[in-house]
Design a protein around this ligand. Structure first.
Ligand SMILES: [Zn+2]
Length: 436
């Protein structure tokens, strides 16, 4: 018998690669955080001896979800600005509150709250773009969740940086610091094409290219932004990003609504990746990202919640359901947004977008053990005809019981190992009553 650290078995295993496969009564063996066997439970239990064996009785085991776009600390602004357009939501509500209250403590507290909410609903990797990215990286690393931290690049000065040059300087230092980190990677986060000058976008492209680093940007979020681009530049923002050298397989373009056929072709040709945030797009009435069309053209697509201020939840399972419904409704075709395809965007698709698919996003030998278990014992999950449909269209985020990142249990039987949620809730309440 071979030794390993942990065996997890469950009645259902959805490995995601290969796609569309549901395995019955399977188990995985984990050693030093890595998956070393995926086989029938009988075979794994016969061939491996583990220090810890987790036998799940009514569960679906699958790769942890990947929230490919968000602003974690905006959990503190959940519900603070409702029923506004993107432009008025940003300029009349969000930016003034951030201007008044932003601090390192704000980011530490809001990020911890976000990570707790994400873990509880099955997310094992998240991407962030916010002030004090060093604090976001530290918080993620201390809790043990995987993260891509995109440091902000924006002309507008903030408490974190004086502007683009200072932001790049601090961001590059952070990139160096986390270059070999096991859980956290640092990316460039130019806020949007309309908030960073073209010459500075060009500089970001140059650095990212040199360092082979990822870049995440809000792009074509709504019709007004796209119209402004035409008016200011005589071309779309997508074309402008192409001109400055940013469209590439290192670029993660978030939102991507109102995209012309010619611009779609540019995205396909440059292997640029797409992140879909359906709730945020619907809530701000921004537009529609045609996920099915991108998937048909073999563009890597991930799913994001965006910040809690425009969602208001960080439960990626809810996002999955909405993404599937939107795809069907928009195309007036119930065969679009199939559950297995959508689940792929929330797992391996997200990993491809963040360029971490070589080590996470699916349950395969050689990958890191980032896995979650969803209980199907609750009344609203019974009976289980189709595990993909149960995860995408059921309320699966509420039924996540166990979360492992790199084989480390962060949530076991619904209880956190690395977050004191009672104290956390009290700290959030006291922050709120001190400022509002
Ligand atoms: Zn965003």
């Amino acid at each position: 018998m071979k030794e390993c650290d942990l065996i997890i078995s469950a009645p259902w295993l959805l490995p995601i690669a290969p796609q569309n496969i549901a395995l019955r009564d399977h188990a995985i063996a984990i050693s030093h955080g890595e998956i070393i066997a995926v086989d029938t439970a009988e075979s794994v239990l016969k061939n491996f001896k583990a220090q810890d064996v987790v036998e799940l009785s009514h569960h679906i085991l699958l790769p942890g979800l990947i929230n490919a776009h968000g602003h974690a600390a905006m959990t503190l602004l959940r519900g603070a600005g409702e029923d506004q357009s993107l432009q008025s939501w940003l300029t009349d509500t969000i930016w003034p509150i951030e201007g008044r209250l932003m601090s390192r403590e704000f980011v530490a507290l809001g990020t911890e709250l976000a990570i707790a909410e994400m873990l509880k609903s099955g997310t094992t990797t998240f991407s962030d773009m916010y002030f004090f990215p060093d604090t976001v990286a530290q918080t993620a690393s201390a809790i043990g969740i995987r993260a891509q931290v995109a440091f902000p690049v924006i002309e507008i000065p903030s408490v974190w940086s004086d502007g683009v040059t200072d932001g790049l300087h601090k961001g590059l230092a952070l990139f160096d610091e986390y270059r070999h980190h096991q859980l956290v990677s640092i990316a460039f986060g130019p806020h949007a094409a309309y908030t960073v000058k073209p010459e500075n976008l060009q500089q970001v492209a140059m650095y990212a290219n040199e360092l082979d680093a990822q870049v995440q940007i809000h792009l074509h979020e709504n019709a007004a932004e796209v119209a402004d681009g035409h008016q200011q530049n005589g071309k779309t923002w997508i074309q402008l990003l192409h001109d400055v050298g940013l469209l590439s397989d290192n670029l993660q373009a978030v939102h991507m609504t109102h995209v012309t056929e010619a611009d779609q072709q540019l995205i396909v040709d440059t292997h640029t990746k797409v992140v879909h945030c359906p709730t945020s797009n619907m809530k701000l009435a921004s537009g529609y990202c045609d996920v099915s069309a991108w998937l048909d053209r073999e563009v890597a697509v991930g799913l994001g919640t965006d910040g809690a201020a425009s969602n208001n939840s960080l439960d990626l399972f809810r996002e999955l359901r909405l993404a599937a419904l939107m795809a069907k409704h928009q195309q007036q075709d119930p065969s679009r947004g199939a559950a297995a395809h959508m689940l792929h965007t929330a797992t391996l698709g997200g990993a491809q977008v963040l360029s971490i698919a070589d080590h996470t996003g699916s349950v395969e030998v050689g990958k890191q053990a980032d896995v979650i278990a969803v209980s199907t014992a609750a009344l609203d999950m019974l009976p289980l005809h189709d595990p993909f449909a149960a995860l995408v269209h059921g309320d699966a985020g509420r039924h996540v019981t166990d979360v492992f990142v790199k084989g480390i249990p962060l949530l076991r039987n619904g209880k956190f190992n690395t977050i004191d949620t009672v104290t956390l809730a009290a700290r959030v309440e006291s922050w709120h009553s001190a400022h509002f």
